[in-house]
Write a protein of this length. Structure first.
Length: 175
């Protein structure tokens, strides 16, 4: 009788250990799946949705993307760019979910793609020798701020609506 009770306990212990291993594996796979959407070498946004762009701890490389750094975050995640001490947040490219610009100025250097764009202040522009194309795969909401094509930024919207909350004017030509 005592041997059967011990045998039952050891099975229970093995089941508990197996369940723990499975849970840990599921957590690792979930973390890898969000990073898997980002190319190797990109600075990946690791903070919760709605967190700020300008906090270095929110990025996998522990540095805010700028200059020659590509920024990437998961679809379904919102990255907020608040007004900061810097005049301009320059980065080579962005790829990810929603970008909410709330006072910062983002200058893109190469082709970029996001799920949606919310402009609540600040500016979005392109720079460099080549024109930067920003593809927005969903809605664009523009309540304040500027989107400048003067330095070579082209915005392509693949689906969704453009909502302009305030009055606007077009300078130069639109095509």
């Amino acid at each position: 009788m005592r041997g059967i009770a011990l045998l039952g306990r050891s099975r229970l212990v093995r089941l508990v250990i197996l369940a723990g291993v499975l849970l840990c594996t599921a957590g690792v796979l979930a973390a890898q799946s969000s990073a898997a959407t980002c190319p190797v070498g990109d600075d990946v946004f690791v903070a919760p949705s709605g967190s700020a762009w300008n906090v270095k701890g929110n990025w996998s490389e522990d540095v805010v993307p700028s200059g020659e750094i590509d920024a990437c975050w998961a679809s379904g995640t919102t990255v907020v760019m608040p007004a900061s001490d810097h005049d301009e947040e320059g980065t080579r490219s962005i790829t990810g979910g929603t970008l909410e610009v709330d006072g910062a100025n983002l200058n893109l250097g190469t082709a970029s793609s996001i799920d949606s764009l919310e402009m609540n202040g600040g500016g979005l522009s392109g720079s460099g020798l080549k024109a930067a194309a920003l593809t927005v795969n969903g809605p664009i909401t523009w309540s304040a701020g500027s989107i400048s094509a003067e330095n070579g930024l082209y915005v392509n919207q693949t689906s969704g609506n453009i909502s302009i909350v305030r009055s606007w004017r077009a300078e130069s030509s639109w095509r």
